[in-house]
Design a protein around this ligand. Structure first.
Ligand SMILES: [Zn+2]
Length: 250
C-alpha cells in the first residue's frame, strides 16, 4: 500500500465518521423501510394473509377457554352450523369461547368464534344472524383491508421484517397488536351495512327467520352502555341498523 492509498483511506474514514450523525438524523433507513412495507401491505396475497390469521386464531384459542365438545354451548353451536364448513366459497370453522362477554368475531381465514355470553342472550336464529353478519365481513374482505392497514403500522412492520417470509412466525406481542387492530377495531358504518345485508341474504337463503336480524339488533341496542358487550364496540349503531333491516324485512 503506498502513501497515496493511505491518505485516501484516512479521508474516507474521517468522511464516514463526520457524515454518520447526519445520516442518523435524517433517518434514511426508516424512510426506506416504510416505503418497502407499504408496498408489502398493498401486495399481500391471500395465502400470506391466511398465514397471519392462522397464527392469530391459534393464539386466541390458546388465550381463551374454548368450549369442549361435551359443553352444551359447543353442542348448540355445532347443530346450528351444520353444512356451513364450506359456504359461499369460504372454508369456515366455528368454536365457542366460554366467557360472559357478549361478542363474536370472524377472521379472513374463516375462523368464527362466538362467545357464550352472547349465546345466553340470543335465540338460535339471532345467533344465526350474528354468524351471517360475521361471514359477511369475511366475504366482503373487511378483515383483509384491516390487515393491510395494520401492516402499515410500525409495531407489526418490525415483526414482518424479522421473518424471512411475510407469513413467517410473529411474536405474541405482535399477534396481540394485530388482533387489536384487525379484530377489535370498530367497523365503519358502511362495512356494517354490507355485513347486515349479507346476513339478511344468508337468513333468507337458509330459510331461517329473517326477523331474527331485527330482534338481535334490538337486543344489542338495549344493551348499549353495557360494558360486557364488546360486540357493540366493534359493530356500532345497532338501533339504526335494526331500523334499516326492519323496513327491509317488512
Ligand atoms: Zn359488524
Amino acid at each position: 500500500m503506498n502513501r497515496r492509498d493511505l491518505i485516501s483511506i484516512a479521508v474516507l474514514a474521517s468522511g464516514i465518521s463526520s457524515v454518520a450523525p447526519v445520516w442518523a438524523q435524517f433517518n434514511f433507513g426508516k424512510v426506506l423501510e416504510a416505503g418497502q412495507d407499504l408496498a408489502k401491505a398493498e401486495s399481500i396475497t391471500d395465502e400470506e394473509l391466511k398465514g397471519y390469521f392462522d397464527q392469530m386464531s391459534a393464539q386466541m384459542d390458546q388465550q381463551n377457554q374454548v368450549a369442549p365438545g361435551s359443553s352444551p354451548y359447543a353442542q348448540r353451536l355445532s347443530k346450528m352450523v351444520i353444512g356451513l364448513q364450506n359456504y359461499d366459497k369460504l372454508r369456515l370453522n366455528f368454536k365457542v369461547y366460554l366467557t360472559p362477554q357478549i361478542n363474536a368475531f370472524a377472521m379472513a381465514n374463516g375462523t368464527i368464534r362466538v362467545y357464550s355470553g352472547l349465546m345466553d342472550q340470543f335465540t338460535d336464529d339471532e345467533i344465526r344472524y350474528v354468524i351471517g353478519h360475521e361471514i359477511g365481513h369475511v366475504k366482503s374482505g373487511h378483515s383483509k383491508s384491516r390487515m393491510q392497514a395494520a401492516l402499515r403500522t410500525s409495531a407489526l412492520r418490525k415483526g414482518v421484517q424479522s421473518s424471512n417470509t411475510r407469513a413467517g412466525a410473529l411474536a405474541n406481542t405482535e399477534l396481540g397488536d394485530l388482533f387489536e387492530k384487525v379484530i377489535n377495531a370498530q367497523h365503519s358504518q358502511s362495512n356494517e351495512r354490507e355485513a347486515d345485508d349479507y346476513a339478511l341474504g344468508f337468513m333468507k337463503n337458509r330459510k331461517y327467520n329473517p326477523k331474527a336480524c331485527v330482534s338481535a339488533l334490538d337486543k344489542l341496542a338495549a344493551l348499549s352502555g353495557d360494558t360486557s358487550s364488546s360486540f357493540l364496540s366493534t359493530h356500532p349503531a345497532p338501533k339504526d341498523r335494526a331500523d334499516r333491516l326492519r323496513s327491509q324485512v317488512a
